[in-house]
Structure formats: C-alpha cells, structure tokens
Design a protein around this ligand. Sequence first.
Ligand code: HDD
Length: 705
Amino acid sequence: MAQVVEKVKDTLLNETKKIRDLRQDTYDLPVTEGMTTDHGTAILDTDNWLKATDGTNPGPSLLEDQVAREKIMRFDHERIPERVVHARGTGVHGYFKLTKAIPEYSYAGVLNDTSRTTPVFVRFSTVQGSKGSADTVRDVRGFAIKFYTDEGNWDIVGNNIPVFFIQDAIKFPDIIHAVKPEPHNEIPQGASAHTSFYDFISLQPESTHMLMWVMSDRAIPRSYRTMQGFGVNTYTLINKKGERHFVKFHWDPELGVHSLVWDEAQKLAGQDPDFHRKDLEEALNSGAPAKWTFSVQVLPESKENDFDFDILDATKIWPEELVPKIPIGELILNRVVDEFFTEVEQVAFCTSHIVPGVGFSDDPLLQGRNFSYFDTQLTRLGPNWEELPINRPVCPVMNFNRDGAMRHKITKGVNYWPNRFGTAAPQGKKFHAEGIIAEYPQKIVGIKQRLRSAKFQEHYNQAQLFYNSLHPHEKDHLIKALSFELNKLEEADVVERMIDRLNHVDNDLASQVALNVGGEIPKALAIPNHGKKASGISQDDFGSVIPTIKSRKIAILIADGFDLIGYEGIKAALLSGSAVVGTIGIRKSGVKSASGKVTKPDFHFEGDRSTSYDAIIIPGGEHVKVLAANGRVIHWIREAFGHCKPIGAFGEAVDLVKAALPLSQLKFADDYNSAEAVSSYGVVTARSYSLPSAAADLVIKEGDT
Ligand code: HDD
C-alpha cells in the first residue's frame, strides 16, 4: 500500500510540479536556525511575553514586545470574508488530458493539443451553508475547475446539477437571500427547509425544474467523486475559420453517480461534518485518483432556434437525445493541497476567465455571472488576487495594470501603452500573426429593454421530463424530500402555493406531498404531462454498481475471541482492492483473537458509526457472543441495513446478523451486484458495489428484503 501511495505521489508531483516551480513558493522551508519574526529577526522565546520583573517575579507585560504583538496581531487578522455563497468547500490539484482534439469547433490550445498535461485545481462546495457548515446537507454542489493552460487560466465554474434556479443573473441576490438563513434569526444553517426559500420558489415558476433536481438524490452525493459536473451556462467555441458553435460542458465520474440516503446524510452532518472533505483526501492519499470524463454538447449557430426551449435559458438542459455528448478529455484529481487557507480559501474563479477559442453567449445568467465573480474577489482577496500562487497563470502575464494593495510583482519599464519602447502583448502578436479572431464579430440587436424571450416563459416541460425520467425509488426519495422540507414551513399559504407548483409537474407527486404535509389534495391540471423521458437523469443510467471497492470505506467489526485468520484474510482482500479499511473493536486499547493475538482496532464502537462506511463485515469466531450483547453493534448492523449497505458475515457471525435483522423480510443475496434494494427502513435506493469475493458465508445485499 505505502509503495502505491509514494509512486502515485511522485507521478503527481512531477505532473503538477510545473506550477509549483513557476511559483517559486517557499514550500516546507526547513526551520534550521530557529524561528523568526515576519520581518526575519530571530525569536528567542515564543512562550513568554516580555515583562517587567524583579528578576524572580514577573510584573506587567510590556507593549514593546514586538514578538508577542506581531504574533497576536497576525492571529487577530487571520480570517478573510468567506465566499458570499459556496463558502463551505474543499479543493484539490490534478490535471486534464485532452483525448480528442476538436479543431472543427475551437482553436483553443487546451482543446487541440492531446500531448499536453494541463494542471488544474478543482474546488467542490455547497451553496447555502457558511464556511464551517456540514458537508452532507441537502444542497447543490459547486464543481469549479481552473485549468492553468499555456494560453491563460480557464475557469469552468459549474455545479453538480445541469440547470439553475433562475434565468437572469439579476435575480441571484433574491434567490440567495431567500435560501440563506433568515435575516431575523440566522436560521437555518445548511438547509433549504424554511419559509423564505419556498416563499420565493413558489412565486418563481422558472425555479421549478431546478427544485426537482435539488429535491432528488443528486443533492446528497455519497462523495464529490460520485457526482457529475456541469458548466450549466451556454458558452461558445470559435474555430480558426471564425465559425461559432454553442457549447455546454459536462463531467461524468468514473465511479458513477451515487448518493447517500437521507437518513444517513442527516446523521453524517452531525457525526462527521467533514465527511466529503475527508473522503476526497483519503481517496487521493490511498492512491485512488478521482476521475471524470470531460464531454461537450455542441450546436452550430444555425440550430439555435430548433428547440421548444431557448438554448440560452439556464433553467433548461439540452437533452442528450437531441444534442449528443462528445467525450473529449479526462480530468484526474490526484493531489491534496499543502495548506488549506492559501490554496482552497484563496483560490478564486471567474466565469469570465476563458481562453482564446472559447467565447461567451448571450445567456443572461452567464452575462451577469461574468461581472459578479470578478467583482466579489475584491472583497475577499483584493485587486491583486491573481498574483496569489493558487490563482497565478503558468503562462507569461504582460500588461500595464499596476499597484493596488498587496501587489507582489516588480515590473520594470513604463506603465502605459502606446509607448516609445513599442512593447505589445506577446500573445496578441501570435494570434494576430496567425490571423486568428480572438473576439467573435457577433451581430447584436439594438433596442434597450428589460425583457425575456417567449421561450423563456415556459417552466414545466423539463421539470416533468426530469420527474418522468426517475426510477420509482428515486421518485419516492423526491416525494419524501419535499415532504420533509414543506413540513418545516410555518405558513400554510406558502405550502399551498408549493403544492400547486408541484401539481404543474405531476399530480401524483403533488398529491402525495400534500397528503404528507397536510395540504389540499390538488385536482389534476389540464396541462399535458407529455410523459417524455431523457437519459442521463436517473442515477441508474450511470451504473448503480460502483465498478470497484477501490477507495470504498469498509468496516470490520471485532471483539474478544474473533477468528484471527478470517479477519486477516478479509482485511488483506480489501486492501488488495485498495479499499479504505476501518477495524472497529470493542475497545481501542486492544482486542484479543481466539488464538490470543491482540489487535489494535482503528476505532471502538462508540468512536465511529456505520454511516461513515460503505459496507460492514463481521469475521467468524466466539466474539459473536460479545457482539450480540452490545447494543451499539446491533445498531451498526441495523443502521447499515437501513442505509442499504452490504453486510458480510462469516461462520458464527451469520446467526448474529440474522438475529439483528428482521428475518421475515430477509432474502440472502447470491450475487453481490444487485442494483436495487429495499431496506427495513422502507428506504429504496440503488446503490451497490462488489464486495471482495472473500466467499462470505452470508452477504446481506444492501438491505435486501
Ligand atoms: Fe456562482 C461562487 C457556481 C450562479 C455569483 N458559484 C460560485 C461557486 C460556484 C458557483 C461553484 C464557488 C466557486 C469557488 O469554489 O470559489 N454559480 C454557480 C453556478 C451558477 C451560479 C453553476 C449557475 C449557473 N453565481 C451565479 C450567479 C451569480 C453568481 C447567477 C451572480 C449573478 N457565485 C457568484 C459569486 C461567487 C460564486 C457571488 C461567490 C464566491 C465567488 O463567486 O468567488 O460571485
């Protein structure tokens, strides 16, 4: 195992070493001569404030102590404003490999040169919660990627959901004010189940499609590594002939799309608020890079009006049946950060950061975003934020922007253009020399008005498309999620408006929610629910079988008297599949096997929970008597079953598991890869992965009944 991690780390370091070298950063400076102040003078004592003393007893502390004052001052000013949205997140390094050049669409180097390894940085995030909120709340997940390309930084600032709540950026402050904690009591944190959010949504039909996605399992991902990424907005690509195509960007995870179950997500938010952050770190450090396929959907300008929706409307998808996805590259995330604040807190993305060959569209949401990101960094990082190591391009930067707080670069020569030295932007020369058009000469209309096109007025077709495309168990989860959320609202008229809104999607959906939350059961509306479905919406389309146990977290439960050979065999089988194994014992100080050998578990039963694991396995041996008498162990088994997780049992442990679960509902899985399971909690989900063929005598598949 260790050698795998070292090898992986070396490869990764080389691939993204370029960035580090270019930044001449002071990584891991050895503190050989002792500590210094920020201004470089030796610190002789960092434990005692300088005081007036009588040689034995100290008197008052002296203000003149620069060492102490500097240390306290630096501490007092460590925090910068958190992001106004997406405050909670984590980020890692990696690289992008183009697998298919697309010169027919774009002349961008990063989309044409398959020999390149483009370093990237990706930050995943939630939206509503503040910086210290939990990872596993129900929320959209940010998926922001910075490509450090040879032609400049390219930021695709996406989400794990392909559409958005609003069509026009001007509504963004409203939707965020509505979903963030309410101004009178700053409640709730990390949740949308409150009146102001649904008051806004129920008055904003354009949010209906996005609401379906946010109430589906997409909003409680099992891991950042098992969610899709979408650029959401419509951009454009420009080729060397000056032809323009509309484009949408997609990231599909190698592991498939998988979610937690809601009961699990809520518990994890309390038991392990850093669950997703840890999952990503453990996976990358265990030698399991996270991978996505990068695809584009491309539309020639001539087809802009061929659809019953407006392709510039961010509340609509481009169904893959109508505009196929073209896989063109691979994103591999493989290196955790060295320091969270300097890399993750200070990384800054801008939708307006595109590279030549990529362009904007008139998508009104994108147009407004282009202003907002560039503007918001000033509050968090100041005008020279692009000189910070994590934001600095790896290609030459040359312009006459100068000064501003925290300016790092020392630039010789004049600070204006034109000038007597004739210095011009080197990149501009290259493009002009090759006759490449950097800005697309788009024809634009000229009447100043505040309006939206007719197609922007339609809000239900795709919400119905989404709901129709879900599997029964996914619909069940969505109904339960909406029932959970609306149940928390204090004002009946907001509940009624929401039921009416849902009724525009599907009468059965609205009726079940109404029944659960005590609203009026609505009559079916005349609006046609065309029943159309689209691929890429139900999670099962992505293969509910996670193809590997690599980086999956698996718990082995033991107590005194366990079968040592069985235990060691199971552990070796899991580690050989690069799983992350946790041994959970009756005590952490040491558990004795039947043959008398003492094993030190990673956690004791009170110190960790089944929610942190993807499966549990119990070896055989006399220890089952001790386990059977431990209520926490029985809860481990039942909770894992209730969350539809595989439970493996060997020898004597088979009867323990059968006793712990509602036998009448049990059927024993004879294969490990079933796709759907009903658990004793009535939670139905599709989630499975192959357990090692360690020939468990009994495998309870994902809560089989
Ligand atoms: Fe945004 C941050 C994604 C709409 C304004 N947004 C932010 C982040 C992500 C997104 C992933 C976190 C970036 C990071 O990790 O630092 N935002 C989206 C997506 C949207 C979207 C996919 C819809 C398609 N955003 C949106 C609109 C506006 C903003 C309409 C404003 C008009 N977003 C911001 C921001 C943030 C931001 C306020 C806060 C922190 C930051 O920019 O750097 O400018």
